[in-house]
Design a protein around this ligand. Sequence first.
Ligand SMILES: Nc1ncnc2c1ncn2[C@@H]1O[C@H](COP(=O)(O)OP(=O)(O)O)[C@@H](O)[C@H]1O
Ligand SMILES: [Mg+2]
Length: 282
Amino acid sequence: MSTTPAHRAAELTDTLPAHGVLPGQRPAAGNGTHSMEVRGVHKAFGDFKVLQGMNLNFVDDAITTVLGPSGTGKSVLIKHLVGLLEPDAGEILIHGQDIWRISESERYELRKKFGVLFQDGALFGSMNLYDNTAFPLRKHTDLSEHDISDIVLERLHEVGLDKALTKYPNEVSGGMRKRAGFARALVMDPDIVLFDEPDSGLDPVRTSLLNDLILEMHRQHKGTYLLVTHDIRTARKVSDYVGLIWKGKVVHYGEAEAAFNSADPFVRQFLSGDSAGPLGMD
Ligand SMILES: Nc1ncnc2c1ncn2[C@@H]1O[C@H](COP(=O)(O)OP(=O)(O)O)[C@@H](O)[C@H]1O
Ligand SMILES: [Mg+2]
C-alpha cells in the first residue's frame, strides 16, 4: 500500500461524502465507510422535478434517518437505492458499484443485499405470516424447508409474532403487519435495510415499540439502516445520523445529536416537530 500524501489525499477525497463526516470528525456510530452513495441524483416525472441534485452517503452499520415532509421524494429515493427507478442524471453506488452500469442480472443479484420494509408492509394477502416471511428464502435460496423454518421462526420470534404464524395479514393489526414485514426484510440477512415510513399508520405507542424493535434488531444484526420518515419523534429515537431533505435536495446532514441540538434556525425549524417543514423557504 502506498502511503504518499497524494495517495492519502486521493483516498480521503474518494471517501469524503458530499454531505458526510468531516475530516477529523469521529463518526457517532458505524465504521465510517459507505456502502450506499447517492451522487448528484436528479429525477423528474414529466415536468415535475422530484430529486434535484441529491447527494447523500450512508455510514455503514449506522442508522441514518432521512426526514422530509410528505411528497418530497423519500419513497422515490428508496426506489432509486434498490434500483427500481433509474436516475435522469447522477449515480447510485452500492458497495462502490454504479448500479446502472452493471447488467440487469447483476442488478437483480445486488437487490438481494437489501431488506426493504415498504410503507404499507407490502405483505402478500394470500399468504400467512410464516409464508410471507419464508418467501424471499424460497425464491432466492436453495435452502431446505427445514432450514427455512429455523430462520423464519427465529425472525418471527424476534419480532414477537410466534403466536401469529398462521394468521393472514388482514387478520392482524397494522403494527403486526409492520413487524412481519420487518421479519421478512431481515430474513436474507441483508447488509442494508431500508424502511419507508415504518411509523406510518401506527399510533404513538406502537410507533415507539416498533422503534425499540428497530434499535434492538440493529444492535443484534448490525447493517446499514436507512429509515425515511416525516416523524421527528421516530428520527429522534433511532438515528445515528440525520439527513433533511427539502425541494429534492439534502439541506442538512450530520450526527443526530448535533442536528437535534443545532442552533441553525433552518435545522431547528425543520426539527421542531412541525411536519409541514420549514417555513419561509419559498
Ligand atoms: N412513478 C411516479 N410517477 C409520477 N409521479 C411520481 C411517481 N412516483 C412519485 N411521484 C411523485 O413524486 C413526488 C414524491 O413522491 P414520494 O417519493 O412518494 O414522496 P414521499 O416523500 O411522501 O415519499 C410526489 O409528488 C409523487 O406524486
Ligand atoms: Mg413515501
